[in-house]
Design a protein around this ligand. Structure first.
Ligand code: HEC
Length: 277
């Protein structure tokens, strides 16, 4: 008898406890066990996620669309791709580089330029088709700056001449497992600039990416330098006075008239705009 009462009381207690977890209604918040686990307070961009904004039903005071307005940027920060200074009369490239303004933050520092391509083969092709020109004109200063960058970062595999015979693969006891691409082959001479930029950003198979080693401008200057190696291998010119390799990249003080890579659109637009897409 005693046991039976105990069992009945036990069941009643359990039933009562379960009834406490009641669903929410319009005028009632309901009860839930450990609510913080149902409503994690997470930080997501463009979404207010303070706990009290979580609502159960549609009649809430604010809906998700209203809550998901872009957040204001943190005061004093500069969004990607924007410069910190504006000089009406200065050369745009100088502004981007932060020249003329010792306190300015140049826009295109390491990894700061937007690059909207994923690391897959479809996007490699998309990137090659999109990024046609080189946003920087060919300058001798740029080529000089890029020479050591190329030799240190790329030449060890791709060779000082770009022929794929860097010392990492060409020395007698070399252990490097794959043949680096011959960058002065006809295939790579006719390849678009986007293919190079993509390779620098992500690498390919055993080649790792160099986006953390080279800044935005350095990447493009290295690509100029590779083009100059290609021109050399064909006895053509690629410098600030002349580009007889292609008509795609513009020499700073000359014209692009090369026949090897011809791009119809580039012929009318001397300097391709920086890739924002
Ligand atoms: C450690 C060796 C190594 C270094 C350093 C290296 N690469 Fe490579 N690279 C390779 C190899 C290997 C391949 C061939 C990958 C494949 O096709 O599987 C390759 C391929 C490429 C390609 C062709 C990609 C394509 O679309 O087919 C380009 C362009 C390239 N590298 C550029 C560069 C540049 C620019 C640098 C310097 C910033 C660099 N590489 C540094 C090993 C290297």
């Amino acid at each position: 008898m005693k046991n039976a009462i105990g069992v009945i009381l036990g069941i009643a207690l359990f039933a009562w406890l379960f009834s406490l977890c009641s669903p929410a209604g319009v005028n009632k918040t309901g009860h839930e066990y450990m609510p913080d686990m149902y409503h994690p307070v997470s930080y997501e961009t463009n979404l207010y996620s303070a706990y009290y904004w979580n609502h159960w039903e549609n009649k809430s005071t604010l809906n998700k669309a209203q809550l998901s307005q872009p957040r204001a940027k943190v005061p004093g920060t500069i969004p990607r791709g924007y410069t910190g200074v504006y000089y009406g009369d200065a050369n745009a490239l100088d502004i981007v580089r932060g020249k003329n303004a010792p306190n300015a933050i140049p826009a295109q520092v390491n990894g700061q330029a937007p690059f909207y391509y994923a690391n897959n083969e479809n996007d490699r092709v998309r990137c090659e088709n999109d990024l046609v020109g080189n946003p920087f004109p060919i300058t001798n200063a740029g080529l000089e700056k890029a020479k050591p960058l190329y030799e240190v970062n790329c030449g060890i595999c791709h060779g000082e001449k770009g022929d794929g015979q860097g010392w990492l693969v060409s020395k007698p006891d070399a252990k490097y497992p794959a043949a680096p691409k011959n960058l002065i082959s006809d295939e790579m001479i006719s390849a678009g600039n986007g293919r190079y930029y993509f390779a620098i950003m992500y690498g390919k198979n055993v080649m790792g990416g160099y986006s953390d080693k080279l800044s935005y401008e350095e990447r493009w200057q290295v690509i100029h330098y590779i083009r100059s190696l290609q021109a050399k291998s064909k006895n053509l010119e690629y410098n600030e006075k002349a580009n007889t390799l292609s008509n795609v990249e513009t020499p700073a003080k000359g014209v692009a008239a090369g026949p090897v890579r011809v791009h119809a659109a580039a012929a009318t637009a001397p300097v391709a705009p920086p890739p924002t897409k």
